[in-house]
Design a protein around this ligand. Structure first.
Ligand code: C5P
Length: 236
C-alpha cells in the first residue's frame, strides 16, 4: 500500500531572475530540490519518486552524479509546457513504464517547496488516505481579499475570506483518477494550476487539510531568504 511521489521540477522560474531554474539554487548547504526530496527519500510510506525534468536540463544529472547517486527508486520523466503537463508525464511514466496500479496513492509536490515538514506529510496521509476524492495541504486566507472589476485594477467588491484557503502541495490522489482528470482538463483547455482543480472538474471535492504556512513556494528572490530562515529554524 505504498505511495508514489511526483515532483514537477521542469519550470524555468523566470520570476527569480537567477542564472538557473529556482529548484537548483543553493539553499542551506544543498540545492532547493534536495531539501524538497529529503522529506520523501526517507519516508517509510513512499515506494519511489518520479521527478519531471526539462529536456536538456544539465543540473539534475549533476545532482544525481553526487548527492542522489546512492538513492534507489528515483526516476525521471520529461517535463511539459505547463506544470500540469509535467505532472501528467510523470503519471504516464508510473503507469506505462513502472506499471504501478491505478488505485495506488500519489503525492504531487512542487520541487520549489523545500520547507515541507515530515509532520505535514504525515498529517495529510493520516487524514487523506481514506478519501476517494483526494486531499490537499492548504492554509486559511488571512488577508482581506478584493475582487477587481473586469479588466481593471479598481475594486469591484470584497470577497468573504471565511472559507477561502491557499492551496499548497503535496496533493494526494489515486493514480488512475488523477491521470484521467489531468488528461481531460488539458485536452479541454481548462485551467489547471494544481491537481485538485483537475479533480474538481470531475465533481470531486478533495479534503482540505490545514498545513503549515512555512511550506512556501520559492517564487521571488525574497522567498529564498525566508526559506533559509525556516530551514535553519527547523534544524535547530
Ligand atoms: O512556476 P511555478 O512556481 O508555478 O511552478 C511550480 C512547480 O511546477 C515548480 O516546482 C516547477 O519546477 C514545476 N513546473 C514544471 N513544469 C512546468 C512549469 C512548472 O514541472 N512546465
Amino acid at each position: 500500500n505504498k505511495l508514489w511521489v511526483v515532483i514537477p521540477a521542469a519550470g524555468v522560474g523566470a520570476r527569480m531572475q537567477a542564472d538557473r531554474p529556482k529548484q537548483y539554487l543553493p539553499l542551506v548547504g544543498k540545492t532547493v530540490i534536495e531539501h524538497t526530496l529529503a522529506c520523501f527519500l526517507t519516508h517509510p510510506a513512499v515506494a519511489g519518486i518520479v521527478v519531471a525534468i526539462s529536456e536538456g536540463d544539465p543540473y539534475w544529472a549533476e545532482l544525481t552524479a553526487t548527492a542522489l547517486s546512492e538513492r534507489g527508486n528515483v526516476y525521471t520523466a520529461p517535463g511539459g509546457c505547463e506544470r500540469a503537463d509535467s505532472v501528467l508525464n510523470a503519471l504516464d511514466y508510473l503507469v506505462n513504464t513502472l506499471q504501478v496500479n491505478a488505485d495506488t496513492g500519489v503525492l504531487v509536490h512542487d520541487a520549489a517547496r523545500p520547507c515541507l515538514s515530515r509532520h505535514d506529510v504525515d498529517k495529510l496521509l493520516a487524514e487523506g488516505m481514506g478519501e476517494a476524492a483526494g486531499a490537499i495541504l492548504a492554509v486559511p486566507v488571512r488577508d482581506t481579499m478584493k475582487r477587481a472589476q473586469p479588466d481593471t485594477s479598481r475594486v469591484a467588491h470584497t470577497e468573504d475570506r471565511n472559507g477561502l484557503w491557499h492551496a499548497l502541495t503535496p496533493q494526494l490522489a489515486r493514480l488512475g483518477v488523477l491521470r484521467e482528470a489531468l488528461a481531460h482538463a488539458l485536452h479541454a483547455g481548462l485551467p489547471v494550476t494544481d491537481e485538485a482543480s483537475a479533480l474538481e472538474q470531475f465533481g470531486l471535492h478533495p479534503l482540505l487539510v490545514e498545513g503549515d504556512a512555512r511550506n512556501i513556494k520559492i517564487t521571488r528572490p525574497a522567498d529564498l531568504a525566508l526559506a533559509t530562515f525556516f530551514l535553519i529554524e527547523a534544524a535547530g
